[in-house]
Every structure is written in C-alpha cells, then in structure tokens.
Design a protein. Structure first.
Length: 405
C-alpha cells in the first residue's frame, strides 16, 4: 500500500525503507534514490514521512530513532567541508524590487515553451528571475534572457541534502529565493527535489514566495512537485525504465508507486496531482493509479469533499494558471483534466491490477481554457469530455475511436 507523506503536527519521526541517510552522505548521494532525514534539522517543522513499501505498515519511531533498513552511516569523519552548490547570475547584480503577479506555469516537458516563459516573465514585472535545480547547469539563463526583459536571470543549484542543510548555504538559498520575482523549477529527477529540499529552508522559502504572490513554474520533474500531491519517484532504481501506465496498472500496489503530500502549498492546486510527458510516454494509467491511492492513504478511505483531480500535460505543452483558477492551455499539445472516481480505491486489495470507473476526463487543446475551481471547461467548446474505466489493469474509453487520450 502507499503511504503518503503529510505535513501534520506530529513529533519528528523517520520511516525508512531501503533508503540511506543523506545528511552525512558523501558524493555518492546523487545516485541514492531513497529518502533520509535528520531530526535535528527538522525539529519544529511538523514533518512526518511515510513511503510506500510492501507488507505491514512500519511502526512510528521515537524521536531520533530509525525504523527500517537504514544504511550504515560513518560515525566519524574528517573536518567538515562546505558542500558544493552553484549560483550563476546574469544581468544586474543588484536586486530590483518589483511587485510580481501570482500565477503558475505548468509545463509538460520536452522542448521548452517560449509562450509559457514569457507569461512567467510578464508576471515577474521586470524583476529577478530564478531557476532552481538539483543538477545540471545554467543553460536556462541565456534562453530566458533572450525571451524577456528582466533585471536579472540566475540559476541556483542545490545538489544534495547536505548542501540544503549547510549553515552557510541554506540561509543564502533562502535569501536568494526571497529576492526573486519569478521562480522556475527545472526538469531532472523529482526524487532529488524531495530528498534534498523537503524539510529544509529551501522548501520553506519556496512556500513563503508562493504566499507573497511570486509566480512559479515547473517543467517535467519541476511540474511533478507543484500539486498538493506529487509522484516522488523515490521507489525508482537508477536503471528503471519509465513508469508508464501499463507498468503502473499491472502493479498498482508496487514499490514504485510513491507519493508525497505538501511539498508545495499552491492554493489553486489544492486537491490536484500533476503529471508530465503525458501522452508521449503513455502515463494516463499511472495517473489513475496515483488518484486511487490518494483517496486511500495508509489503506483507509478518506472522503475529500472538494474532490481529487489530476492534470496531465504532454510534451511541448503547458497549462498557465491564474490565482482564480482560470487556466489556459498553451504550446503545441493537449492537457487532460481527470477526476478521481469514488470507487477506484485499491489499498488493501489482494489483486495488484486496478479495476474501477467511470472516470471523467476533459481533454483541452492549445488556446482553450479550463476553470480549476469548477473543474469544467471555461466556455462551451473549450474541452472534449469522455470517460474511462479500468478492468483488471486494462483501460477502456468511451470515445468513438477507443483512445484513452
């Protein structure tokens, strides 16, 4: 069964399953796909992690205690070194105070969408644009500068949990985020964003930026962490293939189905999980599995009056969301707005394959609009509605051509 991490006021505990402790890890940290937390750095955050693992639910640990298969960590080391990080800035080196406008650019990955970046820049009001990464380089800086008139464009790379917790780097990262008028979370591996940044000043600063109305965008892995729930990919091994819909449906309770709750707190995306590369990588089935698990965290059905929804965005596409919930599909490809079915719960069932439905879907093409608040097309003709059902892992569509997309 899936266990969803939630930011609730509990004493700090660690549930660890085949994951290594990351604060004291060495350079091999970047290849570790598991999550590890240190308690001293997270006291007072109300952080209580649960991660998918087969078998019985692990017992809660006393504060400062580990439960599960935690890797051995060296108890002694040489004098501490400042962990690596990178900050590259182009444009004016002095910050410009400009009042931004809130908004959220959800990008589906693949070729970057000029219109989506221009939209973010317009919301930044000529201020300072910050790209956040856990790996990679500053290639976005020149691209964004070529599209937009901004005071500066900078890339901040926080490549480890050690860096995110460092006594010098953490305040610098938080201050850098605090001075940005627009923030973009690049693609890569969303497991790194969760493993490295959750429960740190990076996460706190990001949510503070959202609260003060800073526009935020993300593509691919960056998009994955923008909803209230996120597919964290923490159960993936380095050589695992893409978790496509067929794979997820055939093992709907498997160890690769890992979800995180509350990494970012974007009010208009409450009750929503996002997914990228959607039709291109055949991910409809896995989104249905994610929605089913969200309704039954820790194996117990949880009624959620406002409903649970998923947004799937294909490569070369974007959904541009205003704070009032009005969304515009931009780019070259479609977006899908999916409503969780009340009878799609799978936790506690012996069968691995999901069976449920009907599941309402609205497909919206570029240039058309969708209202996230009412979860309906903004105008007649803005979307194509149909339903899906799942029978023992096979998806059936009500569309005349039987397409699930």
């Amino acid at each position: 069964m899936v266990r969803i991490w939630s930011l609730i006021p509990l004493s700090i505990t660690l549930i660890s399953s085949t994951f290594a402790l990351a604060q004291h890890a060495d350079a091999n940290l970047n290849s570790i796909k598991g999550i590890a937390k240190t308690f001293d750095s997270m006291k007072g955050t109300g952080f209580s992690p649960y991660i998918n693992s087969p078998g019985a639910a692990p017992a809660l640990a006393a504060e400062g205690q580990f439960v599960g298969n935690a890797a051995q960590v060296p108890t002694s080391a040489a004098a501490p070194k400042t962990p690596p990080y990178q900050y590259i800035r182009s444009g004016d080196q002095a910050d410009l105070v400009a009042p931004p406008r809130p908004g959220y650019a959800l990008m589906g990955g693949g070729t970057d969408q000029d219109d989506a970046f221009r939209w973010l820049c317009n919301h930044a009001n000529g201020g300072d644009f910050l790209v956040l990464r856990a790996s990679g380089d500053d290639a976005y800086d020149a691209y964004i500068q070529g599209l937009c008139k901004l005071n500066s464009v900078a890339t901040l790379i926080i490549p480890s949990r050690e860096a995110a917790l460092d006594s010098k780097i953490a305040p610098f990262a938080a201050e850098t985020i605090a001075h940005a008028e627009a923030i973009f979370i690049a693609g890569g591996d969303q497991a790194n964003y969760i493993n490295f940044w959750m429960g740190t000043q990076v996460q706190t600063a990001l949510n503070a930026a959202i609260q003060r109305g800073v526009p935020l965008g993300g593509t691919s892995a960056g998009l994955a962490v923008m909803g209230e729930w996120a597919y964290s990919a923490q159960g993936d091994k380095p050589d695992d293939p893409n978790l496509d819909g067929k794979t997820a449906l055939s093992d709907a309770n498997g160890p690769r189905i890992t979800l995180v709750h509350g990494f970012l707190n974007i009010p208009v995306l409450k009750g929503i999980i996002t997914d990228s590369h959607f039709a291109k990588r055949n991910r409809m089935g896995r989104l249905l599995v994610f929605l089913a698990h969200i309704q039954e965290p820790d194996g117990n059905a949880v009624p959620i009056p406002e409903g649970i929804h998923g947004i799937g965005i294909d490569e070369r596409g974007a959904v541009l969301v205003e704070p009032d919930g009005q969304a515009t599909v931009a780019g070259k490809t479609n977006a899908w707005f999916v409503t969780a079915s009340n009878n799609c719960g799978i936790a506690g069932k012996n069968a691995a394959m999901l069976s449920c439905g009907p599941i309402p879907v609205v497909r919206v093409e570029p240039g058309h609009h969708f209202d996230l608040k009412s979860w309906t097309p903004s105008q007649p003709g803005d979307g194509k509605s149909y339903t899906l059902s799942v029978d023992k892992g096979a998806i059936h569509s009500s569309q005349s051509d039987s397409s699930i997309y």
